[in-house]
Design a protein around this ligand. Structure first.
Ligand code: ZN
Length: 217
């Protein structure tokens, strides 16, 4: 889904805690075999522990597995983490430009400013992962400046949708700035009205599944 929406290419990865364990199911590291993410299937997946050690699976875990393990360690309620190199949100991070709630769908995600971690290193050890997790704090999203985004949620669909909505919001902000205008920030009351009377994320998830060509269950 993220691949077909151009939020990831061969890089970027999703993971989920395996319920009741200290293990994490994660998309494997890209390689000559693991390339386009819409061709990575269940049999390709890798399992690691919260120290980033390989537990099972034919392929190694991503070098940046510490984005995932360190967030899971810091946030026991988080069950899924998505790391993307999504272009518009990343560009807004590079420019230190605020992603404001200018669209009513998903706007509540950015009512509190998305934190920015000012570091473009690959997150290849627990020290960097802990730094990133501290920057994320209790937020749902964090911008890795000059690099990408990490999204954390109680379910994988929510972590994915947060990344999708952040990209839409980033693009809307960018377009308004490109017009030389200042965007209208949607007040909390209007966002709340949309959130409480609109459909839940399950419906949006079903839509994006269909868009990505995934058959309904
Ligand atoms: Zn990355």
């Amino acid at each position: 889904m993220l691949f077909r929406l151009h939020l990831v290419d061969y890089m970027g990865h999703c993971s989920a805690r395996i319920p009741g364990t200290d293990h994490v199911l994660i998309k494997p590291r890209h390689s000559l075999r693991i390339r386009s993410q819409d061709r990575v299937g269940p049999a390709d997946m890798t399992v690691i522990d919260l120290d980033g050690n390989h537990v099972s699976g034919a392929h190694p875990a991503p070098g940046e597995r510490f984005i995932h393990t360190c967030i899971y360690r810091a946030r026991p309620e988080v069950q899924a983490v998505v790391h993307t190199h999504q272009p518009m949100a990343t560009v807004m991070g590079v420019g230190d430009a605020a992603i404001l709630p200018v669209l009513h769908v998903g706007g509540e995600l950015v009512e509190t400013p998305v934190p920015v971690w000012p570091c473009a290193k690959l997150v290849t050890d627990a020290e960097l992962g802990d730094e990133l997790a501290r920057a994320l704090g209790a937020h749902a999203l964090v911008l890795l400046q000059g690099h990408g985004v990490a999204s954390a949620a109680a379910t994988l669909p929510e972590a994915v949708l947060q990344a999708i909505h952040l990209e839409q919001l980033a693009e809307a902000n960018w377009r308004v700035l490109a017009m030389g205008r200042q965007p209208r920030v949607i007040p909390h009351e209007e966002l709340h009205q949309r959130a409480s009377t609109g459909v839940g994320w399950e419906v949006r998830w079903a839509y994006y599944r269909e868009l990505a060509g995934i058959e309904s269950q």
